[in-house]
Structures are given as C-alpha cells and as structure tokens.
Design a protein around this ligand. Structure first.
Ligand SMILES: NC(=O)c1ccc[n+]([C@@H]2O[C@H](COP(=O)([O-])OP(=O)(O)OC[C@H]3O[C@@H](n4cnc5c(N)ncnc54)[C@H](OP(=O)(O)O)[C@@H]3O)[C@@H](O)[C@H]2O)c1
Length: 278
C-alpha cells in the first residue's frame, strides 16, 4: 500500500522538537539535505518555532528552496501543554486563542499560510470534548480564511476519532501519533485513517520501538537490503501507508533517512515486521 494523497506531499517530515538554539541551523541543514516537509508547533516548551522560521529564511536567502517547495506544518497547543511562554492570551476564549496562536505561527514562520495546522492533542486523554469541538471549529475558520491548507489532529486514540465523528465534524486530513510497534504500529487508528482517507503521520518510530529496531529479524532484512535498521523501519512505515517523521540532529542520519525512500521491502518482510511486537 502506498500513500496516494490528492495533493503534493513530501515523503518524509523533518521534526523540529527539542532543538532549542540549534533549531535554525538544523532546519536549514535538513532543507539543504533534501527534506521538503517541516513539522513544528507553537509550543515554546518543546519547540522553537521562531528558530524554524530563521532556518527557513536562511535557506530562502541561499536559494536552496522557495516557500512553494515546502510543506509547513505547525500546531495549536492547549495551555496545559505549554509553559509560561504562551502564544495567546490565556484569558481569551479557546477560539480566540486559536486565532492568536495561528497569527503568531505565521509571523514565526514568515509566511501567510501553513500547509497543515494540527491540534497538538485533545483536551482529555479519553474523549473528544466540547473544548475540542470549539477549537476544531476555530481551526476550520483559519483554514477557510486561507491561513492553512489542511487540518490535522495529534495524539489521538480511536475513541477520540469516533467521538469527533459523532459530532458530525469534518475529518482531519492528517493524524499524527506516536507509533508503538506493540500496538500493532497503532493498527486501530491506522485502520480508521485508511477507511476515511486520512494520512497517518508516525513519530517516535525509532525511539518508541527500540526492541524492534534492535531485533535480529530487522538486522537480517537490513543486511539483505544493504541498509541500516533505521532505514528499514522508515521504509516499512512507508510500506504501510504511513508518512514518517524523523527528528535527527545528525547530518549523516538525515541523508540515510531520506535515502530510505528508495528502498523497496519485500511484501513478506513488511508482513513480518508488522507482526513484530516491541
Ligand atoms: N505531535 C506530538 O505530540 C509530537 C511528539 C513528539 C515528536 N513530534 C514530532 O516528531 C518529530 C520526531 O520526533 P521523534 O520522537 O520521532 O524522533 P526524535 O526524538 O527526534 O529522535 C529521533 C531519534 O532517532 C535517531 N535517528 C534518526 N535517524 C537515524 C538513523 N538513520 N540512524 C540512527 N538513528 C537515527 C536520532 O538520533 P540522531 O539525532 O543521533 O540521528 C534520535 O535519537 C519531532 O521533532 C516533532 O516534530 C510530535
């Protein structure tokens, strides 16, 4: 199965979390290495979105890419997920917070629109709440105003998605989740995504699944393909219709991660890896 979006989408997203002062240089390096999808969030606690914008600007100045070459994705984060450096007035309604967070993201990223705007995580770990419905509606208004092309949700369970569907809300274009091998690589959510033509973005593919990455079977598949175990995991992810993220800070790993796009895993290997529990 391969990802067949109705719009141009990169095969890999470069994640910018936890890079602090190195964010501008690493964002620029990722673009120079060939990444065309950038994932960030207006959540200063884990991301330096303004630094991402600095990296983009440096790449534009150097003629590496133009804005039109890129897929830029950022997120709205509820106050409990933030520290004191809020991108909105916490006294304002959630709808206004979405507006303010988006306006601030556009300034940080030096653009008049992003390609994808993602709800970083629902308000409750269990249900799709009225707060989520308000925020989702406000995000829809941002899309209608031309500030984003598509909408997404992150850190969601099947229950969240079913709850969202029950409100009659439009489905997201993207779901971005931490992908655990021990949950069948998030099988239930991926299945929902397939049924509703939602593109599943997987993060922590290496860090959440160390036992699988180090599994002898992966080593054998890697040797046969003349690739590294990390490349096998990313290639596997793509084989099951996932859009993978990598947050590597290493120049060589950036190259290897992108090169994994050229690997074609035998169907049997994909089946076996899918059944590996971490
Ligand atoms: N929505 C959310 O709540 C959420 C949460 C977490 C992350 N994210 C997004 O997802 C992005 C990626 O996060 P992540 O958790 O997947 O990854 P990550 O924590 O950034 O870490 C990737 C790890 O894999 C290693 N790695 C990458 N390529 C490798 C290779 N070819 N060979 C060996 N090791 C390799 C990296 O080491 P080196 O640096 O040494 O290469 C690093 O230790 C984040 O930056 C963020 O944008 C979103």
């Amino acid at each position: 199965m391969s990802i067949t979006p109705a719009f141009a989408l990169p095969d890999f997203l470069y994640g910018t979390a936890w890079k602090e002062d190195r964010t501008p240089n690493l964002t620029e390096l990722a673009l120079r290495t060939g990444f065309r999808g950038i994932d960030t969030a207006n959540q200063r606690r884990h991301y330096f979105e303004d630094g991402v914008g600095q990296g983009l600007a440096a790449a534009y100045r150097a003629g590496v890419v133009t804005r039109a070459d890129l897929f830029l994705q950022t997120k709205f984060t509820y106050q409990p997920g933030q520290d004191h450096r809020l991108p909105y007035d916490p006294q304002a309604s959630l709808s206004v917070q979405v507006e303010q967070s988006m306006a601030s993201s556009l300034v940080h990223l030096g653009t008049d629109h992003v390609d994808s705007y993602v709800l970083h995580g629902p308000a409750s770990n269990y249900d799709w709440t009225e707060d989520d419905a308000e925020v989702w509606h406000a995000m829809g208004k941002e899309r209608d105003a031309g500030h984003t092309r598509f909408l997404g949700v992150s850190n969601v369970s099947l229950d969240h998605l079913l709850g969202m569907a029950a409100t009659g809300a439009e489905f997201p274009a993207f779901v971005q989740n931490r992908c655990y091998a021990r949950l069948g690589w998030d099988r239930a959510v991926r299945q929902f995504c397939t049924e509703h033509k939602i593109i599943y973005q997987g993060f922590s593919l290496l860090t959440a699944n160390q036992e699988v990455v180090n599994h002898p079977l992966i080593a054998t598949v890697a040797t046969n393909a003349n690739a590294t175990p990390a490349q096998i995991i990313f290639s596997f992810a793509r084989s099951i219709a996932m859009l993978p993220l990598t947050g590597t800070s290493d120049a060589k790993h950036m190259e290897q991660d992108l090169e994994s796009q050229n690997l074609k895993l035998p169907a049997e290997a994909v089946k076996v890896i899918e059944s590996l529990a971490g």
